[in-house]
Design a protein around this ligand. Structure first.
Ligand code: SF4
Ligand code: SF4
Length: 293
């Protein structure tokens, strides 16, 4: 384990530097009555997955648009890149709005990050590999007394206990999009404002995405059989995973959803124009660099 850098201006991170596999045994227990009860929910920084939003908005009986407006704040995952969504704390404070004296007020539908704590999931794509892999790290914050409890278990057992296989499986398509965007870097060019807006709506504002998929404009471009479309529109989870498929097409040009003939021609023309524009911009940048030398 590495020691914190001497004279570092930053406080030491509570995330332990060792990468852990799922079969690693850890010691931890969170229980009502422990001296730090609710301390972790009093100062939150919780990023939400699309499935977290789906579960919470359904529990609260809100549309996704209402949930996003009232319970979240957007943030930028990377410069010029795609947006994420975090849980908003109480007005003027840092505590979670779902915290109650008895514990989590939305326990059965609590977000992925709350389920994982004090384990952090690290989704990664190794260089040269097409698929992502997961590793874990332990988060040890001074206020959390759960690490002093004697209960031992593997991370895999902890994930099962916390219902995480389901949460991770349903966030997989979203994590893949983010990793792919990060690993493709400038080769796919800076995403257009429209594609960033589509990403936000599709991943987080599911009810608005449903209206978009149900529109005549969508059916004029995409060739989804009527029975499949009906099933997708009636089921939030199917709609969410269909959204990830749709974004692979919009952001990375994968042929993940069949398109109607005319739309294919128009799309090819648009892609050709985009490639010509990227080439022109690259040539202009090179010429500018040469002038400066
Ligand atoms: S959602 Fe529940 S577990 Fe997560 S921070 Fe809020 S109160 Fe705590
Ligand atoms: S700080 Fe740790 S032990 Fe205390 S309530 Fe939160 S997770 Fe449980």
């Amino acid at each position: 384990m590495s020691a914190p850098l001497e004279n570092s201006p930053f406080p030491p991170s509570p995330v332990q530097p060792a990468l852990l596999e799922g079969d690693r045994t850890i010691r931890f227990q969170c229980r009502k009555g422990i001296g730090c009860w609710n301390a972790c929910c009093s100062n939150i920084d919780i990023a939400l997955t699309p499935y977290d939003i789906l579960r919470l908005k359904s529990r609260l009986g809100l549309s996704s648009t209402e949930f996003l407006r009232d319970y979240t704040v957007p943030y930028e995952m990377e410069k010029d890149g795609i947006a994420g969504v975090k849980l908003r704390s109480v007005e003027g404070g840092t505590a979670c709005r779902f915290m109650t004296p008895e514990g989590c007020g939305v326990y059965a539908d609590r977000p992925t990050a709350c389920r994982y704590y004090p384990v952090a999931l690290l989704a990664m794509r190794k260089q040269g590999e097409a698929t992502d892999s997961s590793a874990y790290a332990l988060v040890k914050e001074a206020h959390c007394l759960g690490h002093e409890e004697p209960r031992a278990f593997t991370i895999d057992q902890y994930r099962e206990e916390q219902g995480l296989p389901e949460y991770d499986a349903l966030a997989h398509g979203w994590r893949e999009l983010i990793l792919k965007k990060k690993s493709s870097g400038p080769t796919v060019g800076k995403p257009s404002r429209r594609s960033l807006e589509l990403f936000f709506m599709t991943c987080y504002d599911l009810d608005r995405f449903r209206a978009f998929v149900a529109s005549d404009g969508f059916s004029a471009v995409y060739d989804v059989p009527a029975a499949e479309l009906k099933a997708i529109l009636e089921d939030d989870v199917m709609l969410m995973t269909f959204g990830f498929r749709f974004l692979r097409q919009v952001l990375f040009g994968e042929a993940s959803i069949p398109m109607r003939g005319e739309a294919v021609g128009e799309r090819r023309a648009r892609l050709a124009e985009k490639n010509r524009r990227l080439e022109r911009e690259a040539a202009a940048r090179m010429a500018q660099d040469e002038d400066l030398e």
